[in-house]
Design a protein around this ligand. Structure first.
Ligand SMILES: Cc1ncc(C[n+]2csc(CCOP(=O)(O)OP(=O)(O)O)c2C)c(N)n1
Ligand SMILES: [Mg+2]
Length: 451
């Protein structure tokens, strides 16, 4: 039936080709072992990523005597002694060094090793977009998060560094602030790029030192580096950390009766440190990045591609994987409505996730862009929402509504005490568009610029 556009037939390579590291179809059952083995090696090697394998129906019912694939092992890429020596020299002659942690292929152990490396060198360390749990925010070397709406002082510090050490990440559009931090292709500072994928090194930024290694292998090797006798930048590191604390300690004032920043502060003070926080995309996430504090490895499950609807399925998966840990899922209203039906799965499997829906009645991010670029010309960004607490109850879960900041704590406790999957419907003033500004101010500014 192939190529007749039979029922539900898709050209998988065309559909998934540009989103995956490899897409294939298994036509011959004798090759299942070969293809499955290649799929796992491909998905986990270098920069990890998805693989799609199509299984034609008739192939699935054929018999084969072929052996199964042997167990795969992810390919490790380690730094060479020459590169590590060069890094030691670069650190020895630096005056304003800074490290940015990002990407994949980390472990709790590697994070601990990087923390000890940072301590020995008094190195300021920032985290990349949605990679906050790679470094303890209360560690004295922590300089903050390079995501959306970062601390301007951190942005200035990165631009002005004389040695930038990128460990694991690509420094893509979001952490690079739309490619404004590092000159392309020749960086203004000395750039050391550590990445597990060879194709990434030199693709955008020409590194002074490229280290083709996974973060875990690099972190282990960094233990052997000798710190200079005199570290010139100790004061700067202490300043960077106090700038981070000043930026995140106290929630900013917000219009309306609910302050999402204050809710994040309540969560960071009351949740167990190993709580897993999941979210999708929307402006509400800005308050997570700024005010919540991820104190443990792998406690934030969120899309670096900023795709909406990611929070609910990931919360379901995380609670199944970790039945003993608390799983909290934060959503925007638009975001929740993309995959909110996964709440039924949480009810089916008795997964007591706590879902928070930050309901401002708009696709806030898009409205913000409309007001900034076409002030006053609102188009298709209003939402007409259900009662999300009643939605939870309709599925057999627990629901609560919060209309004032002070009521959040009781709603959260009620959710936990119910032992059920829960939704806390939090009503947010649409004017509270970011931790730093309002919709009205963005519009005024845009109108003033136009005149
Ligand atoms: C799947 C998907 N579709 C569209 C977008 C573009 N987009 C980014 S944020 C956003 C609106 C988010 O609205 P909401 O979830 O209500 O959060 P808010 O910004 O209001 O806090 C849209 C449409 C996206 N990132 N992902
Ligand atoms: Mg919204």
């Amino acid at each position: 039936m192939k190529d007749r556009e039979a029922l539900q037939e898709l050209d998988l390579r065309a559909v998934f080709g540009s989103m995956t590291k490899w897409t294939a179809e298994i036509d011959d059952p004798a090759r299942v072992g070969e293809m499955v083995s290649r799929a796992f090696y491909t998905a986990t090697s270098g920069r990890p990523g998805p693989v799609v394998i199509g299984l034609p129906e008739d192939m699935l019912t054929e018999r084969t005597a072929a052996a199964s694939a042997p167990r795969f092992e992810a390919v490790e890429t380690s730094p060479g002694a020459a590169e590590m020596k060069k890094l030691e020299e670069l650190l020895g002659s630096a005056e304003r060094p800074l490290a940015v942690l990002g990407g994949s292929r980390w472990s709790a152990e590697a994070c601990g090793e990087i923390a000890r490396f940072a301590e020995r060198f008094a190195l300021p360390v920032a985290t990349s977009y949605r990679r906050l749990p790679l470094f303890d925010p209360l560690h004295p070397c922590y300089a903050g998060d390079l995501g959306i709406g970062p601390n301007p002082k951190l942005v200035a510090r990165v631009k002005d560094s004389d040695l930038l050490l990128l460990i694991g990440g690509r420094m893509g559009e979001i952490p690079s602030q739309a490619y404004a931090l590092i000159d392309i292709p020749g960086p203004q500072m000395r750039l050391v790029h550590v990445h597990p994928g060879a194709e990434e090194l030199g693709r955008l930024y020409r590194p002074h030192l490229a280290i083709h290694a996974s973060p875990t292998a690099f972190a282990a090797a960094a233990q052997l580096l000798q710190a200079p006798a005199r570290i010139a930048w100790r004061e700067q590191t202490a300043q960077a950390h106090s700038d981070y604390l000043a930026w995140t300690d106290v929630p900013t004032a917000q219009p309306g009766a609910v302050n999402l920043g204050a809710i994040m502060v309540w969560l960071r003070e009351n949740l167990p440190l190993d709580t897993i926080l999941c979210n999708g995309a929307g402006n509400y996430a800005a308050w997570i990045h700024r005010f919540y504090r991820f104190r443990r490895f792998a406690t934030h499950i969120a899309p670096t591609s900023a795709s909406m609807g990611y929070g609910m399925p990931s919360a379901v998966a995380m609670q199944r994987l970790h039945p003993d840990r608390m799983v909290v899922c934060l959503n925007g209203d638009g975001d929740f409505l993309m995959n909110g039906q996964e709440f039924a799965t949480a009810v089916m499997y008795d997964l007591p996730i706590v879902v928070i829906v930050a309901d401002n009645g708009i696709y806030g991010t898009i409205r913000m862009h409309q007001e900034r670029d076409y002030p006053g010309r609102v188009s298709s960004t209003d939402l007409k929402n259900p009662d999300f607490a009643a939605y939870a109850r309709a599925f057999g879960g627990f629901g609560a509504t919060v209309e004032r900041t002070a009521d959040f704590a009781d709603a959260f406790k009620g959710a936990r005490q119910s032992g059920k999957p829960s939704i806390i419907h939090v009503k947010i003033d649409p004017e509270a568009i970011t931790p730093a500004t309002t919709l009205a101010k963005i519009r005024e500014q845009a109108l003033a610029n136009a005149n």
